[in-house]
Design a protein around this ligand. Structure first.
Ligand SMILES: N[C@@H](CCC(=O)N[C@@H](CS)C(=O)NCC(=O)O)C(=O)O
Length: 230
């Protein structure tokens, strides 16, 4: 597929954008990356995603597709020649979609809340929610992976992409708070899975550096608190 037919509007530190990059990478699809500037929205973004005005947007053959998980499914359904991203079994597919929705609706918001918390009480409640979520995802990993390396089995699949895209932000949050959230004693399978995911050839070239995310997090925290990051 010619690169000019496939454009991705995004920002490199965005975990949702990274999801789409991982899926395109897994399928070996070339694309043009249209970088949005932090703090502003291009005309193209507003026209392509008028409802949410958020990245990522995939523009394929001049048609926009919005929402990262929907884009990942589109990529998988359209480019069937590459490795399959969603499980082929309908039940496994339903379970993968369930956990992806849990990650987006519950788990990641708690990590974000922990990072942005203003008071100690809010911070404590959020860190508990993050850890509870990780325990549930540890259990989900054991069931979904069926003894293999990834949620998707022998190779990176839908749930690996849905959850793995947040590993950079998880590491940055650990660094900022100086504590371990993904821990060998409480989430042993997830620790090994995370190492494997981050070491993947496609993932390691795309995943933003932890130090970059730490700096961005400091700017966002300062903005939320109305102060200077330094
Ligand atoms: N549910 C969306 C979330 C996308 C999202 O939150 N994108 C952020 C970047 S990480 C964004 O564009 N934020 C700009 C804004 O909220 O105005 C998806 O999965 O694509």
């Amino acid at each position: 597929m010619a690169t000019s037919d496939i454009k991705l509007i995004g920002m490199r530190p965005s975990p949702y954008v990274n999801r789409v990059q991982y899926a395109l990478g897994m399928k070996s699809i070339d694309y043009e990356f249209l970088e949005e500037k932090f703090g502003s929205k291009s005309e193209l973004l507003i026209q392509s995603n008028p409802i949410h005005k958020k990245v990522p947007v995939l523009i394929h053959a001049h048609k926009p597709i919005c929402e990262s998980l929907i884009i990942v499914q589109y990529i998988d359904e359209l480019w069937t020649s590459g490795p399959s991203i969603l499980p082929t079994d309908p039940y496994d597919r339903a379970i993968a979609r369930f956990w992806a929705a849990y990650i987006d609706d519950k788990w990641y918001p708690s990590l974000k809340q922990f990072r942005m918390a203003k008071g100690e009480e809010e911070k404590l409640a959020a860190v508990e929610a993050v850890k509870e979520g990780l325990a549930l995802l540890e259990d989900a990993f054991v069931k979904c992976s069926k003894g293999k390396s990834f949620f998707g089995g022998d190779s990176i699949g839908y749930l690996d992409i849905a959850f793995g895209c947040f590993l950079g932000w998880l590491k940055a949050t650990e660094k900022l708070a100086d504590l371990k959230l993904l821990d060998k004693t409480t989430t042993p399978h997830l620790v090994v899975w995370a190492e494997r995911f981050c070491a993947d050839g496609v993932v390691k070239d795309i995943m933003p550096k932890t130090e970059t995310l730490v700096e961005i997090a400091k700017i966002l925290q300062a903005k939320a608190r109305g102060s200077n990051p330094n």
